[in-house]
Design a binder for this molecule. Structure first.
Ligand SMILES: CC(C)(COP(=O)(O)OP(=O)(O)OC[C@H]1O[C@@H](n2cnc3c(N)ncnc32)[C@H](O)[C@@H]1OP(=O)(O)O)[C@@H](O)C(=O)NCCC(=O)NCCS
Length: 186
């Protein structure tokens, strides 16, 4: 598997970011982990300011938690392969819907292990942010995402019914999981 790096969004990636979102739309794919990029492709500069503000806990929308959004970029060709959004704190809402982390991999790059790697890299960011226990929520029938969480040692706490959908809630002990991976490549 080629290696990825998590990068804070910048102007340089504007066209790539738009193409990335368009690929989800063209494939009728669920979009997750973009920090609302999908509703800001026409005002990318505003979105850049918004994600930077949110990472510092500034100008948050009502009920929103501070959050860090990253492009997962493949080192060999500088291509955005996925995105991840890390909420720094859990609200009552996030405890049931969304948890700490959302992520997505563009349709043409799926089933290559990238989501598994992106979540692992996200856990390293959580560690830097001082988040010790990470909550992930996932529709039970989203097999790719359930496996991504399990590949990162997520432990199932429970299942809840959310608007007719069975949602699984997993916890990851960040330090424990990172120590399992020390010196190993995914
Ligand atoms: C879910 C998603 C992130 C998975 O990305 P990915 O890069 O394909 O995931 P990985 O390659 O790391 O795959 C992890 C495991 O799931 C399996 N998998 C991936 N997609 C699958 C699918 N559609 N059906 C069944 N298994 C799947 C892989 O084979 C792999 O299995 P393994 O660990 O036994 O080898 C991607 O499909 C996506 O972006 N979906 C839309 C957004 C989304 O649902 N985000 C998550 C919200 S909770």
């Amino acid at each position: 598997m080629e290696k990825l790096i998590l990068l804070k969004p910048t102007k340089e990636y504007e066209q790539q970011a738009k193409d990335f979102i368009q690929e989800f739309i063209d494939n009728n794919s669920k979009i997750n982990g973009t920090g609302s990029l999908d509703s800001h492709t026409d005002n990318y500069d505003e979105w850049l300011v918004m994600v930077d503000d949110y990472s510092k806990g500034l100008n948050l929308k009502d009920g929103y938690s501070p959050a860090s959004t990253y492009f997962a970029v493949r080192k060999t060709d500088n291509r955005i392969v996925g995105m991840i959004n890390i909420r720094h704190q859990l609200s009552e809402y996030l405890l049931r819907h969304g948890g700490h982390i959302g992520y997505g991999v563009r349709p043409t790059e799926r089933k290559k292990g990238y989501a598994t790697e992106i979540l692992h890299l996200g856990l390293e960011k959580c560690n830097e942010l001082g988040i010790d226990k990470v909550l992930l929520t996932c529709d039970k029938d989203n097999i790719g995402s359930v496996k991504t969480i399990q590949n990162n040692y997520g432990l199932l706490e429970n299942e809840i019914l959310d608007d007719g959908t069975i949602v699984q809630r997993f916890w990851i002990d960040v330090k424990e999981v990172l120590s399992k991976h020390k010196g190993k490549t995914l």
